[in-house]
Design a protein around this ligand. Sequence first.
Ligand code: FES
Ligand code: FE
Length: 382
Amino acid sequence: MANYKGEDPVLVTRDAKSKVHTFLNMCRHRGNRICRADAGNAPSFMCTYHGWTFATDGKLVGVPGYKEAYFEELDRSQWGLVEARTETYKGLIFANWDPKAPSLIDYLGDYTYWMDMTFDRVAGGTEARGGVWRFAAPANWKFGSDNFGGDNYHTYITHGAGRFLNRAAGGVDNGFNDDPSRVNVSTKHGHQANNAWIGSVVNTRLQTMRPLEMKQYYQDTYAESEKRLGAERAKQITIGPATTFPNMSWTNNMVRVWHPRGPMHTEVWHWCIVDKIMPEHLKKMTVTTLVQGFGPSGNTEQDDGNNFVACTEIGRSPLGARQVVNQPAGLGHEFKSENVPGILSPRIGEGNQRSFYARWQEMMNAPSWDRITIEPRRFSLL
Ligand code: FES
Ligand code: FE
């Protein structure tokens, strides 16, 4: 399937030995795309320009006119596809062009404690449903990443209409006085998650879950979830939104990648995810509900998008671009827990934003992976 890593078009394949590969989606002859399909099966990929053909393991296996035009002098073994190091975690595929980068498991580190709440809650894990949703906005990609990674603060104003409807339907909304045992989490390498419960976990998510058939599903799978994750995480039912640094965001029912298209544009690729063992009608319900909220014209998505666009646009203003913006909420109120990994901060705060941008700055200034510390530098006392 064709996808992107940042601005680089890539092609992800599974070869005849079931090994997953990630290649630059570029014909080694003159640079044409060799795959344009979102998904499918193919024994090989033939470039539509002159017909060079590549196997699913990236080898160049066909060159039209090899004898007549190249006099059999082209060393085909040197012209296979450019490959990234590819690793997987719980069904998610990650790739890195730099052979010196840490392994995926080191890069994710103890953040997997939180990721597993979505991707390993039940046997079989998750699957994507409803295809990939793509939409673009004239906004810098980091606004989406930082928002999903730790911005509960915005929900009271930006998503005020949704909160109003929730209250009108009898839902409880305590505003900023929300449960103080809910926190945001920031772990090594800048990964983040919102809304973890710590301490004496109150199982309110399950109690208030609607519709009732979805609640029933989570009740039915609770025992298994507790066996896999332990009571502390199982009782929370879900966590998120969250951002795996730098640009993969997720919740219990979505994964999205914020692909940069230059500094002023973002192309969002979004998948609905569901537990593989979830009954079919609940899978369909999850897709429908998600479209209404986070589809390209979903209510929540539109609420957010306009803010991201305007925050980016101010960068074109000569005076605006010279101003300093601020993220001090909760500064000095971060803390650690013996029971869970990461640095915890108030859920209505900007601790995760500080972590995200400190990490970004550190990576942008580092000449190589050797110069990047495991623990991100932090604007806090910790
Ligand atoms: Fe692909 Fe020529 S560009 S075969
Ligand atoms: Fe939002």
